[in-house]
Ligand binder design. Structure first.
Ligand code: TYC
Length: 112
């Protein structure tokens, strides 16, 4: 039909939806990472902290000793960076193990 542009609304001829900015897809987010921090105290034995770092963070003796001494000197240090649920599990494991051994060692999370 002459003059028919297929424009069902017989209006502007602009029904082909150019540049409509809708967000149809939910953007998948990468899981945010959390630092597991070890805090210094005056009572937990150095050897116990080294054992914790080896056991729960899979460090070798040299690495664990370096991190323990860093915490001892600076007051706080990073044991590792993990997705939230893993970081939270590590904190709970460390705190439970310290409590079982009657040490005041503290461990916490911080968004990386
Ligand atoms: N400051 C403790 C001591 O002198 C050792 C220590 C290191 C404790 C690191 C906690 O996260 C810690 N025995």
């Amino acid at each position: 039909m002459a003059g028919d542009d297929g424009d069902s609304d017989r209006g502007t001829g602009d029904d082909h939806q150019v540049g409509i900015a809708t967000k149809a897809r939910a953007k998948p987010k990468k899981p945010s990472q959390f630092k597991v921090l070890m805090l210094n105290d005056d009572y937990t034995p150095m050897e116990f902290v080294v054992m914790v770092l080896k056991r729960f963070f899979h460090m070798d003796l040299e690495q664990a000793t370096r991190v323990m001494l860093h915490v001892h000197q600076k007051g706080v240090g990073v044991c590792g960076i993990f997705p939230y649920e893993i970081a939270e599990t590590k904190v709970n494991q460390v705190m439970d193990f310290a409590r079982q051994n009657q040490h005041p060692l503290q461990c916490t999370l911080e968004k990386a």
